[in-house]
Design a protein around this ligand. Sequence first.
Ligand code: 13P
Ligand code: SF4
Length: 332
Amino acid sequence: MQYTNEELKTKIDELKEKLSVTVVAHFYQRDEVFEVGDITGDSLELAVKTRDDDAEFVLFCGVGFMGQSVKVLSPSKRVVMPKVALCAMASMINGAQYDEAVKALNDSGITNENILPITYINSSAEVKAKVGEMGGMVCTSANAKHIITAALKEGKKILFVPDRCLGQNIANQMGLKSCVIGDGSDLSESDIICFDGFCSVHQLFTLEDIEFYRKKFPDILIAVHPECDPAICNASDFVGSTSQLIKYIKELPAEQKVAVGTEFNMVNRLRPSNTYILSSTKPECPTMNETTLQDVYLTLKAIDEGKPINEIEVDEKTQKWAKIALERMLAL
Ligand code: 13P
Ligand code: SF4
């Protein structure tokens, strides 16, 4: 049966009242899904806030690696996802591809003892576990600079997976040398060696888009996410994670125009006026958009009927090492 959004919201509220469930929603979710979230935030905030929550079930509206991270940090929780939607960037690297990346460094004369791997939280539990087992840790776009600063104290080469843009942008901000595996450079000459992964949504923003807005409104500010290409970040006024972008934009004077280079749903609900999407193409994350209000309702109904659907499971060994990699980040 098809319900209107208003009817679905009422049904969702009734089931939330009855069940021990916390609904968690990432900032990139559709507005109507975001509105039913008990906990909302960026990937770091969601991982931390959900860990401290004591409901039996976490109903996670986001992409697969986010639900997995909750399960890894809190294995006793039952984590279900209305859609097990996969982040395209996280899907670019699996365990075998991670091993190949390590081998590429070995082939350039960098031994495992001299590699400190860091994985962006946008990666599978399998990759996080590999990183944890090698003594490395996780970072998010909100804390990447802080984590890399701490990691560099070990005097090792950093293998950064999967996002080449985030890795290179942080290297640029810190005045470090970076490269991408396979770009033809001598890997041993770089401080940060990046895997060749990327987010297709954040590749939509171009220098032409920046030029267009700067010409149209000479006083406009350009604010982008560090998953954008380094050329875009270098030409922008502010580069920040989801939560950093929200803070920056909300604190601007109301009359200050800003064009924002990140996911559409989040930008669209940021500020009533003077906020523009830095692209002529609507930058929606297709997999974040897969989750509908109907899916949230059906997932709650399945819990109520005692037959939870799309439950996240992580095997014991993967859970152990992925947790270590996540906790090294949280400890910093
Ligand atoms: P945040 O870590 O900023 O929430 O971003 C997650 C993400 O997928 C960005 O594309
Ligand atoms: Fe993954 Fe990009 Fe979607 Fe973020 S916006 S979830 S990095 S595909």
